[in-house]
Design a protein around this ligand. Structure first.
Ligand code: SF4
Ligand code: SF4
Length: 60
């Protein structure tokens, strides 16, 4: 199963992943973007491709 992982050392909490994920896997909680629904991931990699800080890896 695919699973998105955020490297919080690189993440700038810009919300791009929150906006592009079609499955709503990400959520901004009080300014901190987190993977809240990893099991919903369909592996499209839109988040990994579009994260402006290369902070996401989608594991297969
Ligand atoms: S798109 Fe990248 S930098 Fe922006 S909130 Fe998501 S993981 Fe963080
Ligand atoms: S790979 Fe696609 S479905 Fe999975 S978290 Fe990224 S944008 Fe969402």
């Amino acid at each position: 199963m695919p699973k998105p992982i955020i490297d919080k050392e690189k993440c700038m909490n810009c919300n791009v992943c929150v906006e592009v994920c079609p499955m709503e896997c990400f959520e901004n909680k009080d300014g901190d973007v987190q993977v809240t629904q990893p099991d919903e991931c369909i592996g499209c990699k839109a988040c990994e491709v579009q994260c402006p800080h290369q902070a996401i890896v989608v594991e297969d």
